[in-house]
Write a protein that binds this ligand. Sequence first.
Ligand code: DX5
Ligand code: ZN
Length: 224
Amino acid sequence: MVKMAPSVLSADFAQLAEQIRIVEEAGADWIHLDVMDGHYVPNLTFGPLVISGIRKITHLPLDAHLMIENADLHLPAFHQAGVDQLTVHVEACPHLWATIDKIHDLDLKAGVTLNPATPLSLIEPVLSRVELVLVMTVEPGFGGQRFIPDMVEKIAALDAYKKKNDLRFEIQVDGGIDETTAPRVVRAGATVLVAGSSIFGEPDIAAAFHRIKKAAETSLLKMA
Ligand code: DX5
Ligand code: ZN
């Protein structure tokens, strides 16, 4: 079973409660929250204040993707806002081991992310300590970018490492996921799909959600 984590980055924030309700009813597993600080990535989005509002309108796990500098400083505020898991960028966390400890000390699940140009070897030392690895399939910062096909090989290498070492982390993929790319990444080993514009950018949000999920699951069935 592939998990679906719609990213509200492409939602209409004037209708956020309604749009989250639609994906929740459609069967979303997590809500993906893209936190950007205008430093680590050029874009600015939202932080703990907005997330605490989102916490009130859904029971789904809140999956926060932190594209920020000095993440350690802000971890308690995200915990306070009600997130369930925090994913940090290896490139922005010089003391990654300690950051993962801090996330776990808050009783949250910890994830680590790789940009397209970052090799897997950089996170190997922490792979036995995280609940999630996020493979970026676009450069972080904006929704609606084109999927980078070379990342399929990275996902497959990560999945091979996971199996070889009998590890349990989720493999999440983020960027340019739609009904065409979803089957490619799940066949390579992705277990959680983030999708923003291909869900919230469509006139029928629920139908778009179902199309992507079905495409992913059908391709897995064909493999079995
Ligand atoms: C980009 C974000 C993504 C974004 C994906 O930095 O991490 O989660 O919402 O958007 P789409 O699905 O439109 O590529
Ligand atoms: Zn994201």
